[in-house]
Design a protein around this ligand. Sequence first.
Ligand code: NDP
Length: 279
Amino acid sequence: MHSRYAVFGQPIAHSLSPRIHTLFAAQFGIALDYRAIEAGREDFVQVLDAFARNGGRGANVTLPLKEDAAALCAECSERARRCGSVNTLLRVGDMWHGDSTDGAGLLRDLREHHDFDPRDQRILLLGAGGAARAAAFAFIDAGAAELVIANRTFERADTLAAAIDAPSRVAARAWTELSIGDGFDLVVNATAAGHAGAAFDLPCDRLASRTFCYDLSYGKAASPFLDWARATGASHVSDGLGMLVEQAAESFAIWHGRRPDTAPVHAELRAQLVAASKK
Ligand code: NDP
């Protein structure tokens, strides 16, 4: 049977994953069948079963399904188990194996494209959802000196900090009690707040010019945080398009055993985003 790949989520129509994986596959002469399939939490299991019966061999999973994907896997990688989130499914026999490539994709983008190594750095992470969980474990594994996690719902930040279990390096803060000052080398926005389009507001008058501000989202959703960061003094800012491409490359390597060149794919998507922003 023809091998199929797909990304599942809701909404999914505007996902960049089919384009990214098609471009990766072309680098190796692979004729890839990769689609975007709409599924919500109620019908995900049935839709995924049907996909597997029809030759589905690998899948990406995005909002709001990453925790559901973790729950249905027969086996999960250590990194997926720890962050309780699966974004990559691999069919093995008649079961799914799960992995989480978000943290690795973020680290790779920071190191390769922004010359930022989290080792010994002081990092503020905004958010405590699925992407923030992956980022938090990745930063600690990469040797961050200090990780402060702040979230609108404080309890989720507290639960995440406790799960990481490195009290000398990780602390949770209530959003309203944040004191940013000049203390951080990296501020990461892993909230979904930007999708609502409202202006970003944090209790901070001035960031140190060395502070690098990174938003996991891209396109219009990244603008509120990145505009705030520029206005507050950050000299280096980035959206999460590079992370998107790098986490996809990790998934591709899991399925096909080969690592694609991400640079031309990133460049094409960036050009598309710039063109779309001018319309
Ligand atoms: P989740 O739904 O799991 O988490 C959402 C987070 O955003 C929670 O911490 C939530 O806080 C917070 N939040 C939502 N609305 C607001 C608001 N108005 N003000 C403040 N905080 C808010 O989403 P994900 O973790 O999966 O995704 C988070 C972001 O990361 C999204 O923008 C997504 O697009 C992006 N992302 C990018 C990836 C990439 O490859 N570049 C990969 C994965 C995600 P609370 O707990 O209080 O509800």
